[in-house]
Each structure stands twice: as structure tokens, then as C-alpha cells.
Design a protein around this ligand. Structure first.
Ligand code: SF4
Length: 339
């Protein structure tokens, strides 16, 4: 099996209807298609197979929904928060997700040019507040082990960089890329963390589970990020299955993202109220280690904000009303506040 990259490929694989070809070709002119063999299951089609709904752009939708460009000191670098930067090492991915918030840029340029990478590293070197470098893209684990080894050594040579975090879908969508050579390249200082993007338990195939185990067995801490997607995972059952499957595979659920305002993605978006209700239903019924933080990335580059409703209301100084996971209210007098 090989990757599907065109509308005729999708029709031949039975993942798209021939009658929809004209509309899907129009979508493909703007947003690239690529589905790896591991992700060609019909149960995962909504995430990867284009739909005519992508031709609908709503007025609130943006080319750069989370404002990467508003905080770019050099090309390919985003410096939004004081102690960390995002380094867009490549624009290539193993799959192209239909809801991606960087869908206008992924797939175009491949790896960052040597000149841009040098400028980005110079900026990081000259900015002692930068403690963590987040490698994203595109997908940084599409880079060759040789290129990654060189980059990690360059970052290791910057004394104030303590942590390198990868944001990737590779262990799940292209698990055969987790080779001995890649594992060897990741054996490095500074500390490497991997945040795996996964949205549905069906993505965690036996090959994906093996790839995650190889990373975990090397001692690399694994976290996950999930996008809340209408029609894909917006149910208590789907999120329970996913978060439990991740924990079983030693991946700690980290973020559940509210779907960003990328162009042509309104059919994927739930309301914030629905996301909060789902998180409330999971709280208490699911082990605490399975629960991610539900977040919104504010448009305009203003950063991530947790969306959980507070379970605690201060009714008068030191007196609190606390709601338990079954929705029952309890009074709690804070002994640290004198009445
Ligand atoms: S793998 Fe990540 S960066 Fe690439 S298309 Fe999917 S969501 Fe976007």
C-alpha cells in the first residue's frame, strides 16, 4: 500500500465518491491531500479525506488563525511566550489533516532553508530567556535522522535551552518512521519531549502502539494533543476510548484543543459549551491522569487559554461553593482566610 495523494486515488480506494470529483478537485487545488497506509481506514476518513464543505469559508475564518505571523522575529520562528519558541523546521507532513490550523502553509516549502535556520538559531542563542524550543511544522519527525541529529546538537550547544519538544503525528500516522536511526538521533541533551497528535482511538493501530512503546522504552516522555472535532470525537465514548488508549500506551493526554478558525473548517467545529459539557462529563468518571486541559488558542496570537468552567465560586470572603463531579454543590470554608 502507498500513500493516497490525489482525488482519483481516493475514488479508487473507495474513500470518495466519483460523483464528487469536481468539487474535491477544487478543494485539492487549495489544500493538499496525503493519507498514509495506516490512516486509510474508513473510520478515520473524516480527518483526512477532503469534503466539499471545505469550499465554504465563513467570515470569522482566518489564514493564520492562531497568529503565528504576529510573533515571528525571523522566518520560521514564533516567539509568543517569554520562555519558549516554536521552530517551524519543515512544512511537510506525512498526512494532511482537513482541519489543520496551518493548512494554508503546510505542504508548500519542505524543510526550512539553511539561511532561515541559521537566523532562527542566532535569535535563540541571543535570547537567554528561551528555555524550551518546540519543533513543529509541518511535522518535524518527517526530517531525516541525520538532519535532526545536527539540529539537536546545535540546540544542545546553546546553554540556556534545556528542553526540546516535538509536536508530531508521525508515531501514529507513519509508525515505520520510528527507526533505530531516529531513536539514536533523539538520544541527546537537552531533554527531548514528544507531544503526539491523535484524535481517535482507531489511530492507535498495533504498529502505532509499537512505535510509541519504542519511544517510551527509550525514556522519552510522551504527551498528546487532540483536536475536538465534530463528527470525529465529540462524544464521551470517543474521548474516553482515546484518552484511555493513550494512557495505556504511556502517553499522557495534555491538550484538548477547541478547533481553530482555519478557512473551510466550520463543519468540524463544536461550540465551546459542547466542549465544556464533554469535559464535565469526563471529570470524575475517567481517571485523572486521562484528562487533558481543554484550551482555546485565541485568534490574533494572544495564546492558549484553558476553557474549563470553574468548579469553585467564592460566595463571600473565605466561603466557597464547590461543585463535585456529579453536579452537587458543597460549602467549603477556607481555613486560611480569617472570618
Ligand atoms: S500533521 Fe499536524 S501540521 Fe500536518 S496537517 Fe496534520 S495537523 Fe497540520
Amino acid at each position: 500500500m502507498s500513500a493516497l495523494t490525489t482525488v482519483p486515488d481516493l475514488v479508487a480506494a473507495g474513500l470518495a465518491d466519483a460523483a464528487d470529483t469536481a468539487a474535491l478537485q477544487q478543494v485539492a487545488e487549495s489544500f493538499r491531500i496525503r493519507i498514509t497506509p495506516s490512516m486509510q481506514s474508513p473510520s478515520l476518513a473524516a480527518q483526512f479525506v477532503p469534503s466539499a464543505a471545505e469550499l465554504i469559508t465563513r467570515p470569522e475564518e482566518l489564514a493564520d488563525p492562531i497568529g503565528d505571523a504576529a510573533h515571528a522575529p525571523t522566518p520560521g520562528l514564533t516567539h509568543r511566550y517569554p520562555d519558549r519558541v516554536i521552530l517551524h523546521t519543515t512544512q511537510t507532513c506525512e498526512v494532511y489533516c482537513r482541519f489543520c490550523f496551518r493548512r494554508e502553509t503546510v505542504g508548500e516549502d519542505g524543510p526550512l532553508s539553511d539561511a532561515a535556520l541559521t537566523a532562527a538559531l542566532d535569535y535563540i542563542r541571543a535570547t537567554p530567556a528561551i528555555w524550551e524550543v518546540i519543533l513543529t511544522g509541518g511535522d518535524p519527525l518527517t526530517l531525516s535522522p541525520r538532519r535532526l541529529r545536527v539540529l539537536l546538537q546545535q540546540l544542545a550547544d546553546i546553554p540556556h535551552v534545556d528542553v526540546v519538544r516535538f509536536h508530531t503525528r508521525v508515531p501514529v500516522v507513519a509508525p515505520d518512521r520510528i527507526t533505530d536511526a531516529l531513536l539514536d538521533a533523539l538520544k541527546t541533551r537537552p531533554a527531548v519531549y514528544i507531544v503526539v497528535h491523535s484524535n481517535h482511538a482507531d489511530e492507535l493501530t498495533s504498529q502505532a502502539q509499537t512505535a510509541l512503546a519504542r519511544l517510551a522504552n527509550q525514556g522519552i516522555p510522551l504527551l498528546s494533543q487532540t483536536v475536538l472535532l465534530n463528527g470525529v470525537n465529540n462524544s464521551v465514548a470517543a474521548l474516553t476510548d482515546l484518552f484511555r488508549a493513550l494512557i495505556r500506551n504511556r502517553v499522557k493526554p495534555y491538550y484538548l484543543h477547541h478547533c481553530d478558525l482555519a478557512r473551510g473548517t466550520s463543519h468540524f467545529r463544536t461550540s465551546i459549551a459542547e466542549g465544556q459539557a464533554l469535559m464535565a462529563a469526563l471529570r470524575g468518571n475517567l481517571s485523572g491522569i486521562c484528562l487533558p486541559t481543554y484550551v482555546l488558542d485565541l485568534p490574533g496570537g494572544h495564546g492558549k487559554v484553558p476553557l474549563l468552567p470553574s468548579a469553585a465560586t467564592e460566595t463571600s470572603p473565605g466561603h466557597w461553593q464547590i461543585t463535585d463531579y456529579l453536579g452537587r454543590a458543597h460549602l467549603y470554608d477556607d481555613p486560611a482566610v480569617e472570618s
